[in-house]
Design a protein around this ligand. Structure first.
Ligand code: PEP
Length: 263
């Protein structure tokens, strides 16, 4: 049976917006985006701005918040790091794992990503696993192999934990922050691969939610949300301005929506 799934739209603010700018953004955003029950909206502010986010959205429980990264350990001598239980205690409800900037800038490998994802699950924070190929990998025809390796490393390391539904963001590295966007057809093709890997994995990972990320903007959101297999988007640069992100959050799911619910 086809299940109509709500699009999930997430903002990754990276290392932008301290508490003051966070409050200011949310003050403007709530006026541009009234609550809607037909979509899920999640913000990933800087960890230091999470209390300001929660304060500014006290009357808007529809606007959810997550942590951009957690350490793979529960606690310890890791200067500057935040653990998953600390994030949960601070009031966040979600966590990112495996963002390409964590992989390339901070050296997180597949095993680190798997450990971080386990910590998020153990802390009760649903993770969004980011996967995606570099331009070199795509050009070399290695898209499928890369996605398979990145996803299987995590699924194989769950150690009996339930990750249900798995939420993944397909983010081609060549499209992140570059202005280059995968076409809706490219996104559909990669999302089909992600679903195939989930289907073939042991356990109950088949009912995955798959987001697209990579230079999503107000002028391409409708086409991307309408593409087969695209359940939502993860947005970096275009989520930093209230009107731009409000337009993305109001994106039309289009005629493709019933199709894209088929797993
Ligand atoms: C991201 O950082 O996850 C991202 C998709 O960034 P951008 O939208 O700027 O490409």
């Amino acid at each position: 049976m086809t299940e109509l799934r709500k699009p999930l739209i997430a903002a990754n603010w990276k290392m932008y917006k301290g508490p003051r700018e966070t409050r200011e953004f949310m003050r403007r955003f709530v006026g541009l985006y009234p609550p809607r029950t037909d979509r899920t909206i999640i913000f990933f502010p800087s960890a230091i701005s999470i209390p300001a986010f929660l304060e500014a959205t006290a009357g808007r429980p529809d606007l959810q918040v997550g942590i951009q990264d957690v350490h793979a350990d529960l606690e310890g001598a890791h200067t500057g790091a935040v653990s998953a239980p600390m994030a949960a205690e601070a009031g966040v409800g979600w966590g990112l794992a495996g963002h390409s900037e964590r992989r390339s800038e901070f050296g997180d490998d597949d095993a680190d990503v798997a450990r971080k994802l386990r910590r998020l699950l153990d802390a009760g924070l649903p993770p969004i696993l980011c996967v995606g190929e570099t331009l070199e990998e795509r050009t070399a025809g290695r898209l499928e192999e890369v996605l398979q390796r990145q996803i299987e490393a995590v699924l194989g390391g769950l150690g009996g934990r339930t990750w249900s539904p798995p939420v993944l963001a397909y983010e081609p590295v060549w499209a992140i922050g570059t202005g280059e966007t995968a076409s809706p057809a490219d996104a559909s093709e990669a999302h089909a691969i992600v679903r195939q890997v989930l289907r073939e994995a042991p356990g109950d990972a088949t009912r995955g939610v798959v987001l697209y990320g990579g230079s999503v903007k107000p002028d391409n959101i409708d086409a991307l949300l309408g593409a087969r297999g695209v359940d939502g988007v993860l947005v970096g640069g275009a989520s930093l301005e209230p009107a731009s992100f409000a337009r993305i959050c109001l994106g039309e799911t289009g005629d493709g929506r019933s199709d894209l619910q088929l797993l």
